[in-house]
Design a binder for this molecule. Sequence first.
Ligand code: ARG
Length: 464
Amino acid sequence: MSQLDKKSEAWSALFSEPMSDLVKRYTASVFFDKRLWRADIRGSLAHAAMLARQGIITDADRDAIHKGLAQVAQEIESGAFDWKLDLEDVHLNIEARLTQLVGDAGKRLHTGRSRNDQVATDIRLWLRDEIDAIAALLLALQKALVDVADKHVDVVLPGFTHLQVAQPVSFGHHMLAYVEMFSRDHERMLEVRARVNRLPLGAAALAGTSYPLDRAFVAKELEMDGVCQNSLDAVSDRDFAIEFTAAASIAMVHVSRLSEELVLWMSQNFGFIRIADRFTTGSSIMPQKKNPDVAELARGKSGRVVGHLMGLLTLMKGQPLAYNKDNQEDKEPLFDTVDTLKDTLRIFAEMVAGITVQPEAMEQAARRGYATATDLADYLVKKGLPFRDAHETVAHAVKAAMSHACDLSELPLEVLQQFNAAIEKDVYDAMSLRGSLEARNTLGGTAPVQVRAQIARHRSRLGS
Ligand code: ARG
């Protein structure tokens, strides 16, 4: 048996009794942290290369380590690797197998490092690559939304405040609101990435190491943007993981708001859109049902990610410097956050691309809700009425329309003129949905020319 076949033997001399199976299971992380194996090997390759460059190990040892780790990687990839609970975590498992393969060179790999700086390095490397994947998915989702917006610039739906019909807006404009949100999420991810991508390795257990390490070399090998400057901080803080999960939570909250709108819009009471069948499910009892399960699940999963953020914050709170085993609990929430966010973004890009818009239902809803009442008020202001008076006048007109069960634009001119004599025939243009839309021609407004300008800006930004 080689020295590292059992974890207890890695620091054995001091220990007089074995761990119970329950304690072993309780303290082990290998069954989830084995997911970090690529990052672990990558970090070890860079560390060994640096040790040899600095004359701390021989070139022959470095070569043996590199060769051995290549085989370990191949065994893990093929599924042949025998993960051992006894060896607690991904780090000890890989090191033990390396030592089995290459002997003493394997035992020299841990010179000048600790699992404390090793694990912090592994998570950062792993997370950095996941952030890149998430950033790409956020771009893809934005492109899908811009395409939908482009097709529906001239489709009018009622914009809501308090979920009460407010003013007409372009459906394209509405979609672009989400593009703005997801573009900020993308920005946030890249900002977080810059702080994730710093090297803890070289901090060793907590105080640094007596070997003449070249940390900058390792950072460069690992394509990291810098080196953590305080050894205690390097091994102990997980703020980068918290910050990532916060950014992920915000993105999921954006998804959740979009989900809520899709659910409302596809309900019979709205009937604004149809979602492609492949994203809906039926009911086992009610044959007429088509349920927006994917959107609802995404709304639910946002709660799960926000929960992970709370979990990580609470995990960190109250930990004294430096490393504590509490930090082993950072992985599962982080892994689940990444998995949930990636799946959700991917599925949403597809689902959004497949929605069918029902313009008549949207227009009808806008009319039913007197969405152009503000336009009538603005019309009167242009005729010289103070806005407050115009507001009051229109309230009376809406009341009259309600009692006739019709839209403002369906009231005859004589009736409208009873409210204000200055009203002329052109009022009907102002009160049309199209007229209302076109009037909102300020930067960021819903006028189709503005929406088209925004689409062009997004397309050039996204290269789509
Ligand atoms: N599995 C541990 C973790 O995830 C690795 C670091 C363990 N270090 C220690 N001194 N116990 O945090």
